[in-house]
Write a protein that binds this ligand. Structure first.
Ligand SMILES: CC(=O)SCCNC(=O)CCNC(=O)[C@H](O)C(C)(C)COP(=O)(O)OP(=O)(O)OC[C@H]1O[C@@H](n2cnc3c(N)ncnc32)[C@H](O)[C@@H]1OP(=O)(O)O
Ligand SMILES: O=C(O)CCC(=O)C(=O)O
Ligand SMILES: [Zn+2]
Length: 465
């Protein structure tokens, strides 16, 4: 019998050897696992990643962004308070004020490490190491597009200069990361060659950048996994969102063995930006809630986003991850009923983890009696299920004619409740209980009559109850 196999349902002594505990980064103990489960994914870092927050670098490249020193400091402190691991700042070579701001933020004594982001050039490196940063992120384009049209340098030059810049930064005892811009349109052989070189001379991280947002999650997985087999240093990744994959790509990168993800608040950056911090949090809390909630102050996400949104004069999008106004609003009756019974039915994220409350929408024709019953209870009214159902039907009648708000529905509920308790037959809303021929029934077909009814209802909605 081969080692580890067993016959007749009985275990052999070889079985014990087969399921011996093994040590490793994630410490799986095979003998305590169900042997029929797949082997754990040793490459994946979805439960041990770090964030390089680049609102003050990539984010400053957003069309609307202008951060004065005070605003940069406010944002840096808020990011630090949120718990990001690194804060990346604009190159001190960009302008004198950029250099001074970099120095000022380094002096704040934040918990997060401060990085600055420079071209692969000794002039920039000399300025960067004088600012007091904890590390320098160096970048140079490696795709033929950028080699030809951006900096005009060949791969030999890139190797030579990268080594010079890296050795120089390392000599100042600060972290150094080397990244290729436009990695996904670069030749794989060029990438692996330069990364092997810089890994051997001791960079802390190499970076993969999807500069134009062209990569798909599968391409990301393949490249990062290949790179993971070539370098021993950490792997940082940077994803633009031009084709809508920035969050998915970040996740796939971690699955493939990347260690660091670049983000910005609301995803602001060049063009339509990069992986948003909130979007990454949404994705990662689903992957490892314990890791994310213990490391990041998720309750501060909304304030952080408001701070940045105000600074760059944009609104938070309605469909923003976590903080969009309807991110936890449940409208259709089927959803509302199930959510009221158990929120996990239609929510993968608990809004309470982010200090946010869910909302069950009931003021529409898609509502159901369960949602209305819940509202009746909130209003502390006493109605049977049958009465809730009849009242729901009345609400739907009006909702078929025009949009409703909470006051409209509360008004109908209260009037309905008043009527059943007093035996009154007051109209719930004009045209609903006592439709004149050619009005309510005709609302969908007889245009002038429907219009008249809508006007009457609009006028009376506020008066009712
Ligand atoms: C994809 C990214 O987001 S990378 C980060 C982008 N960040 C920035 O650009 C920071 C803000 N930039 C700036 O303030 C300016 O562009 C500066 C100070 C860096 C350079 O300004 P200038 O010298 O006036 O050059 P300009 O911006 O017109 O052109 C870019 C220069 O950098 C060179 N260059 C571009 N990328 C790199 C690189 N990765 N490594 C080395 N040199 C580079 C180009 O060859 C060009 O130099 P050249 O005019 O001598 O050919
Ligand atoms: O330095 C990096 O890794 C990324 C630079 C950048 O912003 C980009 O390539 O889009
Ligand atoms: Zn970028």
């Amino acid at each position: 019998m081969p080692p580890g196999a067993s016959g007749n349902g009985s275990s052999s002594s070889n079985d014990k050897r087969e399921f011996r505990p093994i040590s490793g980064k994630h410490g799986p103990h095979l003998n305590s696992r169900n042997p029929y489960q797949p082997v754990p994914d040793f490459l994946s870092n979805v439960n041990s990643f770090k964030i390089i927050e680049s609102t003050l670098r990539e984010g400053e490249q957003f069309a609307n962004a202008f951060f004065d020193t005070a605003k940069k400091i406010e944002i840096a402190k808020a990011l630090d308070d949120f718990g990001v691991d690194y804060i990346e700042l604009t190159s001190p070579a960009a302008s004198e004020q950029s250099r001074l701001d970099c120095e000022a933020i380094c002096k704040l004594g934040l918990k997060a490490k401060i990085l600055t982001h420079i071209r692969c050039h000794m002039d920039d490196a000399r300025i960067a190491v004088q600012t007091g940063v904890d590390g320098v992120d160096v970048v140079i384009g490696t795709s033929s597009f950028l080699r030809e049209h951006s900096h005009g340098k060949d791969m030999d030059y890139i190797h030579k200069t990268a080594i010079e810049v890296i050795e120089f930064v390392k000599s100042h005892n600060i972290e150094i990361r080397f990244s290729s811009e436009d990695s996904f349109r670069s030749e794989l052989v060029d990438l692996l060659s330069i990364y092997r070189t810089v890994d051997q001379i001791g960079v802390n991280r190499v970076g993969i950048a999807d500069t134009v947002g062209c990569a798909s999650p599968r391409q990301v997985y393949d490249l990062i996994r290949t790179l993971r087999g070539v370098v021993s240093c950490d792997i940082e990744t940077h994803f633009h969102n031009d084709t809508g994959c920035a969050v998915a790509n970040a996740y796939c990168a971690l699955e493939a063995g990347a260690t660091h993800i670049d983000t910005s608040v609301l995803g602001i950056g060049e063009r339509n930006g990069i992986t948003p911090l909130g979007g990454l949090m949404a994705r990662m809390i689903v992957a490892d809630r314990e890791y994310v909630t213990s490391k990041y102050k998720l309750h501060k996400l909304r304030d952080l986003e408001n701070l940045v949104a105000e600074a760059v004069e944009v609104n938070i999008p309605f469909n923003n991850y976590i903080t969009g106004f309807c991110a936890f609003t449940h409208k259709a009756g089927i959803h509302a009923k199930a959510i009221l019974a158990n929120p996990s039915t239609y929510e993968i994220i608990n809004p309470a983890d982010f200090g946010i409350t869910r909302y069950v929408h009931f003021a529409s024709r898609l509502t159901g009696w369960n949602a209305i019953k819940s509202r009746v209870e909130q209003l502390d009214l006493d109605m049977t299920d049958a009465q809730c159902k009849e009242c729901t039907a009345k609400i739907k009648q009006l909702a078929d004619v025009r949009p409703l708000n909470v006051d409209d529905v509360d008004g109908i509920i209260r009037q309905y409740h008043f009527n059943i308790k007093t035996g009154n037959d007051q109209p719930l809303l004009k045209g609903i209980d006592h439709p004149a021929p050619g009005t309510q029934e005709a609302a969908g077909t007889d245009e002038p009559a429907a219009k008249k009814l809508r006007t009457e209802l609009d006028q009376d909605a506020a008066k009712c109850c």
